[in-house]
Design a binder for this molecule. Sequence first.
Ligand code: 5GP
Ligand code: ZN
Length: 107
Amino acid sequence: MNENCLFCKIITGEVPSTPVYTDEYVIVFWDINPQAPVHLLIVPREHIISLNEVEEKHDKLMAHIMRLLPKLAHEQGLDKGFRTVINTGSGGGQEVFHLHVHLLGGF
Ligand code: 5GP
Ligand code: ZN
């Protein structure tokens, strides 16, 4: 938990969101500014700044997220496929410095 982090505040409920899925590892909610008909954010409960800060201890979490993505896509009816995006660092377009995966589809 980082008290200055927007996504940590969403995880605690201090900032409202529209969750579609939660478990012990992640919370998944709708992006506030969707770039596609379906645009979800998969956010680890742990405050990890970006892919640059992912370590071996996060292997189970990262595998969990990868395997969760197609399940979420299927639940959203994205049977033709989906896009995943991870922006890393300011040079990669990252704006919220708490690791997250964008799941987009329905273009
Ligand atoms: P990034 O550029 O860091 O990869 O993506 C951050 C994403 O968070 C953006 O797509 C942006 O629309 C989304 N976002 C920013 N603030 C909020 C918020 O308060 N609530 C939700 N649900 N999404 C947000
Ligand atoms: Zn955070």
